[in-house]
Design a binder for this molecule. Structure first.
Ligand SMILES: Cc1cc2nc3c(=O)[nH]c(=O)nc-3n(C[C@H](O)[C@H](O)[C@H](O)COP(=O)(O)O)c2cc1C
Length: 246
């Protein structure tokens, strides 16, 4: 956080005609400024071009305001907000800023800010609310898209709140794909488990049943053999008796 000093309490109040324009690269390095920017800020063109835009930062601006600005820009959303800037001589001026991404061939190549005169009511309201943030008194307040709003209890849990629609769609698709892979894995595991159980049933029940029927066959064969042997010896006995009687 850059703290530019010194500061005075002298304000330059913008006129309806004033329009302060600047452009930056993706990191907030100034690449263009218009004449109103030079005239009102008091900086030289050479001092501004190639410098970080925090060169005009006023120490009264809370970090939360610029954090909110960058969250919006990184998500390719425009940002509208109220900014107190410091002139080179320490004086200050309030602006209502409209910051938007600049696209070339479908790609964001930088950002542009167009600033005009804010209403007094907005200046006073933002003086008050920014002081609360600076002094750590903004309990339950957040800056969202340039406005101070009450934090909702579940806001901290909503991890996607500051992300682009593209990011959200990609994340949801990735989560669904992961879910499908996990469910597929569980299905395959279940199938291999049931195949294993079937093999166990086959090994523990079907094979013994086959063995039992084999034993039963052997017993039957044995019984038949015994019966056969008994029958033969009986017949032999009878034939001997017949021979004796003759
Ligand atoms: C297009 C554009 C315009 C900006 N205009 C201002 C501005 O007028 N005043 C300002 O203090 N910061 C402005 N910023 C934000 C600065 O880049 C920077 O984030 C801010 O001054 C805080 O800097 P720091 O965190 O180094 O203190 C602008 C950024 C962009 C991308």
């Amino acid at each position: 956080m850059k703290i530019n000093q010194p500061v005075t309490d002298v304000e330059y109040v913008l006129t309806e005609k004033d329009s302060i324009v600047s452009k930056t690269d993706l990191k907030g390095i100034i690449t263009y400024i218009n004449d109103d920017f030079l005239r009102i800020s008091g900086f030289e063109k050479e001092e501004l071009l190639g410098a970080s835009h925090n060169i005009v930062r006023h120490p009264d601006m809370p970090v939360e305001a610029f954090a909110d600005l960058w969250v919006a820009l990184k998500a390719n959303r425009p940002w509208r907000g109220f900014v107190k800037n410091r002139c080179k001589n320490g004086n200050y001026y309030w602006v209502e800023a409209h910051v938007t991404p600049i696209y070339e061939d479908g790609q964001c190549i930088g950002y542009m800010s167009v600033r005009g005169k804010p209403s007094r009511a907005n200046v006073e309201a933002h003086e008050r609310v920014y002081r609360l943030f600076r002094e750590g008194q903004a309990v339950g307040l957040r800056i969202v898209d340039g406005k101070a709003v009450k934090s909702k209890p579940l806001d901290k849990l909503n991890l996607m709140k500051n992300t682009s629609v593209k990011f959200r769609v990609v994340t949801v698709l990735a989560a669904l794909t992961l879910l499908l892979v996990v469910l597929g894995g569980i299905g395959l595991y279940g199938m291999s488990k049931s195949a294993e159980s079937l093999r166990e049933v086959y090994e523990q029940r079907t094979i013994p049943i086959a063995q039992i029927s084999n034993i039963q066959q052997l017993l039957l064969t044995n019984r038949l053999r015994i019966t056969n042997t008994n029958l033969r010896s009986y017949l032999a006995k009878i034939s001997k008796q017949f021979q004796k009687e003759d």
